[in-house]
Write a protein that binds this ligand. Structure first.
Ligand code: PNS
Length: 162
């Protein structure tokens, strides 16, 4: 059983995240999408809201025979991964600018648990500049984000704003 975790803040889920999940599906039997519970970051959406949105959005992608679940965690990603019986951590890389941070995190995670491997996947280039932070910022300022985040997420963002 090849099981991986895909950790992140997902505040909110973007089409870049969905693209990475779609690309990961043929590589694993199970993927646990792991939402970091980090209230200090003052997220736009609660963990429960993010969890529900991700579950709904998963229906829009082809997951092959890969079973995808959504969960949340606090503490170290490697501890969560180990508790779930996962042997891989999936991370998406968009541009060279992501590499340094991701490399540091992957090496630290490897040091913390050498049995868990980080797997980097490249999102489609059309999402190379898409981040949750940028999407929230542009949306808050009235800019267009269609096609970059799922429609469901966009409508939940609109509800938050009203
Ligand atoms: O979506 P993000 O914000 O880029 O995700 C970052 C995340 C959640 C993967 C990272 O902050 C993380 O793993 N946090 C949990 C704490 C941890 O394990 N830290 C050590 C990693 S070096």
């Amino acid at each position: 059983m090849r099981r991986a975790v895909f950790p992140g803040s997902f505040d909110p889920l973007t089409n870049g995240h969905l693209d990475i999940l779609q690309r990961s599906a043929p590589l694993f039997d199970e993927i646990v999408i792991a939402i970091l519970n980090n209230p200090e970051k003052h997220p736009m959406f609660s963990v429960e809201e993010r969890c529900e949105m991700i579950e709904e959005c998963l229906a829009s992608i082809s997951t092959d025979h890969c079973n995808m679940q959504v969960d949340s965690f606090s503490g170290l990603t490697v501890d969560f991964a180990r508790a779930k019986g996962a042997t891989a951590i999936i991370r998406g890389i968009r541009a060279v600018s992501d590499y340094e941070y991701e490399l540091r995190m992957a090496l630290m995670n490897r040091r913390l648990d050498p049995a868990i491997e980080t797997v980097f996947l490249m999102a489609d280039e059309e999402y190379s500049y898409v981040s949750s932070t940028l999407m929230k910022q542009v949306f808050e300022l009235g800019g267009r984000v269609e096609g970059l985040i799922p429609e469901l997420v966009e409508s939940r963002m609109r509800e938050k704003k009203s």
